[in-house]
Design a protein around this ligand. Structure first.
Ligand code: TMP
Length: 206
C-alpha cells in the first residue's frame, strides 16, 4: 500500500556533491510550508548513527558490513521514514539501499542475491518514489574530495573501487528506470542545480 508522503533519495559516489543540492531542495520546500524530513544513511536515528560509526571506521568482513547497514536501515525505517511518510511528509534521504548495492555489492563484490533478500525483509516492499543519481567520473569526484576532511573507510578506497560503485549504481538504474533520474554531476554547480530542478519538476515533485 502506498503511503501519503513522498520518499526521495540521493545517490552517487563519494565526492559527487549531493549535499549542496539536498540543502537547496530542503530549504525551498520548507519555505513553501511543506513538512520536510531531511535524513541520511547509514544513520538517521540514535542507534543507526552508532552503527554508522562502526561501518565507516571499523574493519569487518563484507557480510558483517551488509548486515550492519541493513540493521541501521531497519531502525531508520521503523523510527523515522515510515512514520514520516504515513503522516504525509516529504522525506529527503541522503543515500539508501541503492548505496548498498553499489558499495557492498558492486564495490566489495558481495552477493547481490543476498542483498536482494535483505532488501525484501527489511523494507517490506517500501521503495523510494524518486532517486536522483549524481553521476560523474571517479577521477573528478576524487579531486573534489582531496581538500575535504580525513577520509573514512570508503573514501580511502582506490579509483577501481569507485569505478565499480559507479557501474553498480548505473546497473540499479537500468533495472528500475522509472524510479531514477541521472544527474550529470561533473557539470558546474549552477548547471547541476538546473538539472535537479528539471528532474524534480518533470516527475511532478516541484
Ligand atoms: P556519506 O554519508 O558521507 O556519503 O558516507 C557514507 C558512506 O557509507 C559512503 O562512503 C557510502 C557508504 N555506504 C555504504 O557503503 N553502504 C550503504 O548502504 C550506505 C547507505 C552508505
Amino acid at each position: 500500500m502506498s503511503l501519503p508522503g513522498r520518499f526521495i533519495t540521493f545517490e552517487g559516489i563519494d565526492g559527487a556533491g549531493k549535499t549542496t543540492h539536498i540543502d537547496a531542495l530542503e530549504q525551498a520546500w520548507r519555505q513553501q510550508g511543506r513538512d520536510v524530513v531531511r535524513t541520511r544513511e547509514p544513520g538517521g536515528t540514535a542507534l543507526a548513527e552508532k552503527l554508522r560509526e562502526l561501518v565507516l571506521h571499523d574493519s569487518m568482513d563484507p557480510l558483517t558490513e551488509a548486515l550492519l547497514v541493513f540493521s541501521a536501515r531497519r531502525d531508520h525505517l521503523q523510527q523515522v521514514i515510515r512514520p514520516a511518510l504515513t503522516r504525509g511528509a516529504w522525506v529527503l534521504c541522503d543515500r539508501f539501499t541503492d548505496a548498498t548495492f553499489a558499495y557492498q555489492g558492486a564495490g566489495r563484490g558481495f552477493e547481490l542475491a543476498v542483498l536482494r533478500q535483505l532488501e525484501t525483509w527489511v523494507q517490506e516492499g517500501l521503495q523510494p518514489d524518486l532517486t536522483l543519481l549524481f553521476d560523474l567520473p571517479p577521477a573528478v569526484a576524487a579531486s573534489r574530495l582531496q581538500a575535504a576532511r580525513q577520509p573514512d573507510r570508503f573514501e580511502a578506497l582506490d579509483a577501481a573501487f569507485f569505478e565499480r560503485v559507479r557501474a553498480g549504481y548505473l546497473d540499479r538504474r537500468s533495472s528500475q528506470p522509472d524510479r531514477f533520474c541521472v544527474i550529470q554531476a561533473d557539470a558546474s554547480p549552477h548547471q547541476v542545480a538546473e538539472q535537479v530542478r528539471t528532474a524534480i519538476a518533470e516527475r511532478g515533485f516541484a
